[in-house]
Unconditional design. Sequence first.
Length: 443
Amino acid sequence: MNDAFPALGGTEGSRSWFERAQASLAGGISSSARLTSTGPHPYPLYMQSGSGARIRDVDGNEYIDYLVSYGSAILGHASPLLTDALTEVLHTGTMFGTCNMPEVELAELICRMVPCADLVRFANSGSEAVQGAVRAARGYTGRSGILKFEGHYHGWSDTLAISNRPTVAEAGPYEAPHSVPHSPGIPAGVVDDVVVCPWNDPAALRAVLDAHRDLAAVICEPIVANNACTMPDAGFLDLLRDECTARGIVLIFDEVCTGFRTGPGGAQELFGVLPDLAVFSKALGGGLPIAAFAGRREVMEPLARAEVKHGGTYNASPLCATAALVTLRALNDPAVTKRIDETGRRVMETVRRAAHDSGVPCAVQGVGAMFQVVFTPDGTPTRQYRDLLRTDQPRYDAFRHELLKRGVHTNAYAMACWFVPAVVSEDDLAATCRAVEEAFAVL
């Protein structure tokens, strides 16, 4: 744990629970992302309840929440829309292991909302859905190679846990980065199937594509949520589309973070670029575990014919499918996603103004619904993963610590982002902006 900062005042309950957890949970956690190793806190905060845009920890401290379950709880915590619908399902049966009506209605709605979606398959997490999309692409093309971009995150499974956070020494030459496994335990044969390329570099992209003729798919985060919301350069996604079409390569957008958040049709609608396949999770379920991959009929047909295999006991259970159906019906209203975007943009503008007034160089990048504050040396936005390696992590830690002290909860990781829920009130927004201004005043 990081002891660079003192424990947040009034969080002894969290400290006690973490000490207890370490006796039975490996590392005291159930997900590596919950270990605040790059955050200012020497132990995780334990949350007990939430309502709307606010959460409360076991010590009774209240925070305005811009983590919202890593973007999942987009309708807020304990949303009446969800709790009412899910209570009914709890009384009729949460899980049958059979087909059910909500999954059909949900698939129909996704096909109406998502531009590339002719057919849909469901899974339980973004990592699972990425594996399904990659298998679909390999089955369709008969090839095995996958091109991914340096720093982009596509889940924790072996399939694409490659070059997520390499050091410069590990990553190798800029134009042709090494494929670096994210963890011990990933077989070399899996790593060999993955080619890595720098983001936002047309010349490097073409060179890598020319050098590798066995690619089944190119996969990317269209807005790189796991690289501090690094945006695509103008025309770069169009170039990806054109190059994949010309070479017969399946283009996959990982919209686990952007899907249904940047608008009803996700990033593909926002940028006007259609992938062959897209992956969704997080906001899809409104806080319950469900994911999907969807795409062009031609690419999905081998799945439909059961030539390409895909399954899962818990896929699209009535409980989770109902949660997703309720969530997407709400998000299919452009007024809802517009409100999310406008709320986020007001926070972004406050950060820019406060940073300018305090003389602290930083960039605020992303879109209203999801953004990050990046402390670059000259205050310019990042374009690629390696730009992030020169950001001021200690200053980000200090910024987040000051926000926590003032009741604003954000991601501990400088390479992650703020997620804005749909239920931020004017009072919440005013308190957030005030906390931002006060935090910059003491940085």
